[in-house]
Design a protein around this ligand. Structure first.
Ligand SMILES: *[C@@H]1O[C@H](CO)[C@@H](O)[C@H](O)[C@H]1NC(C)=O
Ligand SMILES: *[C@@H]1O[C@H](CO)[C@@H](O)[C@H](O)[C@H]1NC(C)=O
Ligand SMILES: *[C@@H]1O[C@H](CO)[C@@H](O)[C@H](O)[C@H]1NC(C)=O
Ligand SMILES: *[C@@H]1O[C@H](CO)[C@@H](O)[C@H](O)[C@H]1NC(C)=O
Length: 920
């Protein structure tokens, strides 16, 4: 056995790898050797045995006892040798196992050392990148030549308008903003304060009262308007509710009635802040009660000084463009959801191609002759049209409505009841609106009522004689996208024109009509807000900022769970994804005075809304490419300092067409401390992460946790008022960045996936950019709407917000632009908030979401989901899609067959070059 000890000593001197080799060699050699030795011995003894057998046979009768003893001795010796060899073999085997274990341990150690080295190198690289970035930021701060502007002081007047001599009535006619408006009361930073004269105290109509409903409603709706002030000294504009200029009884107008409708000039001129000439006053006459009677003009022949007039009826000579405002009649509810009144947008073509219902203007004065030929033409068209084009033209009401007694301006009175008119309009592709026969009028309350009803029911208005017509708020609203306005002489081509429009355009026009109606006409609130926003837009004053939600902190000032370092996750090999930076909030409210100039049209007519100011918009413009190197470099982090590149240069800088930025993670959690802690731990070391906002959606405060894992970024925990999935989209003031990553607490996202999605979102800021794709599939069994579908598909129309980037703007839009019924259903089902967000964004942008990367599994694999719960879940989601579509009038979702991967993904590149990301 000495040999073996020596052998081991010798082994001890050898390097480990050699040991392994040697052991292997030994393992092969020793058995061979042993085998050889034994077999040789055996064959020898076998030979001897054979010989001895022969020998035995030969000398059978002569058995020698010595021989037997010898044989026995030799057998015993052989047995002894055999035993010793097998013991040796066993020891050798044990030795081999030990060495093998040692070798494995050593190689493990080597591996971990190697990994440690890689980690340290990556960390070093990251620190270096971070230091570089910090240096750039520092340089930028030093070099900044345009210092940050302090928030401006609000400049407000401190006294009521001084008394000036009244203007002459000839000057009144020519009033424009520059000649009749006092800009000095409305500084750019004033915030546009509006003072409302109490309609109970100041009744400027002669011997008539403002309708009680209107009074209450107006007071209430203005109370919601951010511009209302109770201090007349600081007001920019003074609003006087003249009321609605209609008599309360429905008898035909007598001369005295007509007199009653008019303004009591004495009353107006003795208003306390009239200032002699009515500067900055707005006289609002909202038509409401009985649109088929009277002219709706409260100011006929009255002197109104320098005040602006807002009403639904104007003559061409009376209306002072850019000064007076055409308002819609107040036909809707005070406020709230109006979708239930509307008709679905599809199908594009309805039962009737064109409809008209009206009762002829009486008395028949000479200008009805013009209408007569128009009617003849229209009837000819209707009669000669092919059977496929149904017309319903009714120029005589049967019976005419009781109060159609007097339309002095040649307006066609409405027929039937609101309900019957609505039924017809819902069946009409187009509806005819005839301009008043008296061509002196540029708009009348009755015409506007027809417009209102048409848009509500989705009948596309064709305004014949529309070339002389003004529609509400037309200085900001683009009515050409929602109505067809034709001169009367085009009546002969009307049929052809209606047939020439393809379905897609019909649907677009109808949808736009509904958007304008919902935003600016539908309710009294909408109409009044639009009036004030129109005036404010004229003055270039930005709106008030949209209110952010102040989250109630879940932990009080004095207590926050101690932070502990989570154990390092050994998931993937380290990759430098970006610098670790100090929190850097996105610059906010930089475009207070330019957003209205650059995006005024879109704010009113497209994706925006003019009623509030947002810190940033997804549509904020970018500086041109070269400007980034010529004076506007601040904040930009071009790849390779502008030279471009892949791999390292790419991971060091955000690049792209936007300045640097970070993102906020919003996690909605429901009393799952452990799941939340794991989610926070996974975020450690994530570049570009600005803050984590945890929305604690439970009745009790998160108290049980003894510690929170350190995630590397500030963590704010807010308690939601009540348990609701809508809370995920509250516009918390804690959110400082434009990019918001919504994640479920149990979503496992890898860092490279998050950073890649962030980079993609930066180029698609108005869309939902995220991971889990879903789609809406037509219900082939019932042919009655869409079903939610999560099967594999090459087309998707939704990206779930369980793991998706959205722009912060949409958090406001979720509460301001979506009808409340949508959020109510989310609460009822405790489901579908992600579908609602997809509907909202698709509705606003008319674009599908963006899905990124393939490597991803959504839920934690071990999480149990019972089948029945799953079925209920799907059932609810089908219902959500159908209900949301009903509320919005159409299904706004759009499909996409596109997925974003990083640029050099799966590209063959030279050995010495690097990709953008290692794995995606
Ligand atoms: C822009 O408006 C916001 C919100 O009202 C305000 O906080 C900010 O100071 C304004 N900035 C400028 C430069 O006017
Ligand atoms: C007009 O208003 C004045 C002052 O408020 C009032 O004295 C007068 O009676 C009013 N005239 C009519 C016709 O209502
Ligand atoms: C703060 O919260 C902690 C734990 O929830 C509690 O023990 C402590 O009394 C609270 N302090 C104050 C000042 O409310
Ligand atoms: C998803 O696909 C499976 C298998 O093709 C099918 O049985 C199932 O009905 C599909 N689900 C939906 C919602 O379409």
């Amino acid at each position: 056995m000495f040999v073996y000890e020596r052998f081991c000593q010798w082994l001890g001197h050898l390097k480990l790898s050699r040991v392994i080799l040697l052991v292997t060699v030994i393992l092969f050699v020793v058995p061979l050797f042993t085998h050889y030795y034994l077999s040789k011995y055996e064959s020898m003894s076998g030979l001897k045995g054979a010989n001895s057998m022969r020998h035995t046979l030969e000398v059978l009768g002569d058995i020698s006892t010595t021989n037997v003893a010898d044989l026995k001795l030799r057998i015993e010796e052989m047995l002894r040798i055999k035993a010793s060899v097998s013991t040796e073999l066993r020891e050798l085997e044990a030795k081999r196992g030990r060495l093998q274990r040692e070798a494995a341990a050593a190689s493990l150690k080597a591996d971990s050392a190697k990994a440690e080295y890689a980690r340290a190198a990556a960390e070093l690289q990251r620190l270096r990148v971070s230091a570089d970035q910090a240096r750039i930021a520092q340089l930028e701060a030093i070099r900044r030549d345009s210092p940050e502007l302090a928030p401006p002081v609000q400049i407000l007047p401190s006294f009521p308008p001084s008394i000036l001599p009244p203007v002459s009535s000839s000057a009144e006619v020519h009033c424009r903003m520059f000649s009749c408006f006092d800009y000095s009361r409305c500084s750019l930073t004033s915030g546009f304060p509006v003072y409302l004269y109490d309609p109970d105290v100041y009744a400027p109509l002669a011997s008539a009262e403002v309708d009680g409903f209107l009074k209450t409603t107006l007071r209430q709706t203005l109370g919601y308007n951010a511009h209302l002030t109770h201090n007349p000294n600081e007001a920019c504009v003074y609003l006087v509710i003249v009321g609605e200029a209609f008599p309360f009884d429905k008898s035909p107008l007598s001369t005295t009635d007509t007199y009653k409708l008019l303004l009591n000039e004495t009353a107006v001129k003795s208003l306390p802040y009239w200032g002699g000439d009515g500067r900055n006053h707005v006289l609002l006459n909202l038509a409401r009660r009985d649109l088929s009677v009277g002219s709706g003009d409260a100011f006929k022949g009255a002197s109104t000084g320098r005040a602006m007039i807002a009403q639904s009826t104007f003559t061409h000579t009376q209306f002072r463009a850019g000064f007076d405002v055409v308002t819609p009649p107040a036909l809707g509810p005070p406020g709230g959801d109006v979708w239930a009144d509307c008709a679905p947008i599809a199908p594009a073509r309805r039962k009737y191609l064109l409809s008209f219902q009206g009762s002829q203007p009486t008395p028949k004065v000479q200008y009805t002759e013009q209408d007569k030929s128009l009617i003849e033409h229209l009837q000819k068209i209707a009669n000669s049209a092919p059977a496929s084009d149904l017309f319903l033209l009714q120029f005589e009401c049967d019976p005419p409505v009781e109060n159609s007694a007097s339309q002095p301006i040649g307006d066609w009175a409405l027929c039937g009841t609101d309900r019957s008119r609505r039924a017809l309009l819902r069946d009409s592709t187009f509806v005819l609106i005839l301009a008043p026969a008296d061509s002196r009028y540029t708009t009348t309350a009755l015409l506007q009522a027809r417009l209102y009803e048409a848009l509500r029911s989705g009948a596309i208005p064709i305004i014949l004689g529309g070339d002389g017509i003004r529609l509400p708020y037309d200085e900001v609203l683009d009515w050409s996208r929602a109505t067809l306005s034709l001169p009367r002489s085009r009546v002969t081509e009307l049929h052809f024109l209606m047939r020439a429009l393809p379905d897609a355009d019909l649907l677009t026009i109808r949808r736009q009509g509904r958007v304008l109606w919902e935003r600016y006409l539908s309710s009294v609130q909408a109409a009044v807000d639009a009036l004030l926003a129109t005036l404010r837009t004229r003055l270039l004053i930005p709106p008030r900022p949209a209110a952010a939600t102040i989250g109630a902190p879940a932990f009080n000032e004095s207590y926050f769970p101690p932070r502990v370092d989570p154990p390092a996750v050994d998931a993937e090999p380290e990759e430098t994804l970006g610098p670790l930076e100090a929190p850097y909030p996105s610059p906010a409210y930089r475009r207070n005075y330019s957003v209205g100039l650059v995006h005024g049209y879109d704010l009113w007519n497209n994706w925006g809304e003019p009623f509030a100011l947002y810190p940033q918009l997804p549509w904020d413009p970018v500086v041109t490419s070269e400007a980034r190197f010529m004076g506007s470099a601040a904040g930009f982090r071009p790849v390779g300092a502008g030279a471009g590149g892949s791999g390292r240069e790419f991971s060091e800088a955000l690049g792209g067409d936007r300045p640097r930025e970070q993102f906020t993670i919003v996690i909605l959690t429901y009393e799952r401390e452990a799941v939340l802690a794991a989610a926070l731990a996974r975020l450690r070391g994530l570049p570009y992460l600005n803050k984590v906002v945890v929305v604690w959606n439970g009745p009790s405060a998160p108290g049980a946790v003894s510690s929170w894992p350190e995630s590397g970024a500030p963590v704010a925990v807010v308690r939601a008022g009540r348990n609701s999935l809508n809370n995920r989209f509250l516009p918390y003031s804690l959110i400082d960045t434009e990019a918001v990553l919504c994640v479920d607490d149990d979503a496992h996202l890898r860092h490279d996936e998050i950073v890649f999605a962030f980079r993609v979102w930066r180029e698609h800021r108005d869309r939902i950019v995220g991971f889990p794709g879903r789609y809406h599939a037509w219900d082939l069994n019932f042919n009655n709407g869409f079903l939610y579908n999560s099967n594999y598909s090459c087309e998707l129309s939704m990206v779930l917000t369980g793991a998706a980037f959205v722009h912060r703007y949409y958090l406001w839009a979720y509460w301001r632009a979506l009808p409340a019924a949508v959020r109510d259903l989310v609460d009822e089902y405790m489901n579908c908030e992600d579908i609602a967000m997809n509907f909202l964004v698709a509705h606003i942008t008319r674009k599908p979401p963006v899905k990124v990367t393939s490597r991803w599994t959504f839920r934690c694999p071990g999480c149990p989901v019972t089948l029945s719960a799953d079925e209920t879940h799907f059932h609810e989601r089908h219902k959500c899609i159908q209900f949301f579509s009903q509320v919005m009038g159409y299904t706004p979702l759009l499909s996409t067959q596109f997925r974003a991967d990083s640029v050099l993904f799966k590209t063959r590149i030279p050995h010495d070059k690097q990709k953008c990301f290692k794995f995606i």
